[in-house]
Design a protein around this ligand. Structure first.
Ligand code: FA5
Length: 346
């Protein structure tokens, strides 16, 4: 066998095929044909059996193998450089094109109104406190003069975790917590937070909503202080012209107690579905701290007196921003969120 001629023929054939190659993919086909495990070059090795001069065969084999590998690699490099160039061309940034603007997020009205409420009360010298949402029976009821057999529990018998622990039904438990922490000293705090009730959802009610509790305790605090505070809050929040009305009410932890309504933002007081045709929307409950509650929580009720209030956060947001349905506040509809901050001060 003439090894030289045999290998020269294969080399010629390889060069001819390579000249026909036009793309990277076609080059890969030639590479597979010549260099894969059962490709032309590795299979040449089998011929070694047929020759006597194995040394010369080995040298010739290495020569053709190196040539094929080198030539293919060089050609591959050319294609890769070309491909990279094309990709870079495609990725060129046109700085004259208009940029894509980032969408600005909006604060949910629930949190926006909390800030507004806090601003007003902090301006009146109040401190902002926090309390747990998961409460025990003692703080949610007992220490607020609502013993286990009290009928006022029925309205708030709500979401229990066990017989003693429940999701707080109002923010009033922080009254007891703050009083116990203050150990008989004067108090002036508000506490915003979430509360939970087994309530049916409608335009003005939700099973989960927010309240801002307020508590002031000192010597000589009276009902006139409470009324003036609430009036100042409501006028700061809704403007001088907004009408309010105080109705006598009942809470076991305040005596006397009131509920405060504000004229309906939707109908201006004429009556509509939002205010259930009454012309008024209730936004808070309040009263003078019951002396029993003062005593239970470490205060001398002969020396100290106080007032407390519990404001419905969403109700304030609805009136302030003109929101017709409380459920919109929880739905996270961007169209609603980007419109809500209409200020209602007529
Ligand atoms: C209370 O929760 C008392 N703890 C308030 C209080 C505090 C009275 C301190 C005296 C002293 P009431 O259940 O009325 O009260 O709720 C207070 C306010 O929360 C209501 O005026 C209303 O604005 C809001 N509210 C009550 N229930 C709901 C509900 N289901 N959805 C949305 N807001 C509600």
């Amino acid at each position: 066998m003439d090894i030289k001629k045999y290998f020269d023929d294969i080399t010629k054939e390889f060069i001819e095929e390579l000249t026909k190659v036009k793309t990277y993919e076609e080059l890969s086909v030639v590479r597979i044909k010549y260099l894969s495990k059962k490709g032309v070059v590795p299979m040449l090795m089998l011929k070694i059996k047929e020759v006597s001069d194995k040394k010369s065969f080995g040298e010739a084999y290495n020569k053709i193998k190196n040539f094929v590998e080198l030539t293919l690699n060089e050609k591959q490099k050319v294609y890769e450089t070309e491909k990279l160039k094309q990709e870079l061309e495609k990725e060129k940034i046109d700085i004259s094109l208009p940029g894509s603007s980032l969408k600005r997020g909006m604060m949910n009205p629930y949190y926006k109104i909390i800030r507004e409420i806090e601003d007003i009360f902090v301006g009146m010298g109040y401190q902002v406190e926090d309390g747990p949402e998961v409460e025990n029976d003692k703080f949610n009821f007992e220490l607020l003069n609502i013993p286990s057999d009290h009928p006022a529990r029925d309205m708030q018998d709500s979401l229990y975790i066990d017989s003693n622990i429940l999701l707080r039904t109002h923010t009033s438990p922080v009254q007891a917590r703050v009083m116990q922490k203050a150990k008989g000293k004067p108090i002036k705090v508000i506490c915003p937070g979430k509360v939970y009730r087994r309530d049916d959802d409608d335009m003005t009610h939700s099973h989960q909503f927010g309240q801002v509790e307020g508590l002031v305790i000192d010597k000589n605090i009276n009902m006139a202080n409470l009324k003036a505070t609430l009036e100042l809050f409501i006028k700061s929040m809704f403007g001088e012209k907004r009408e309010i009305r105080l109705r006598s009410s009942y809470f076991p932890f305040t005596e006397p107690s009131v509920e405060v309504d504000i004229s309906c933002i939707n109908c201006g007081g004429k009556g509509c579905s939002m205010c259930k045709n009454t012309g008024w929307i209730e936004i808070l409950g309040a009263g003078m701290v019951n002396p029993k509650v003062l005593t239970m929580n470490g205060y001398d009720a002969d020396e100290y007196s106080g007032f407390a209030f519990g404001i419905g956060i969403e109700r304030v947001a609805m009136l302030r921003y003109g929101i017709d349905d409380i459920r919109r506040i929880y739905q996270n509809d961007i169209r609603f969120l980007s419109n809500f901050n209409k200020i209602c001060e007529d």
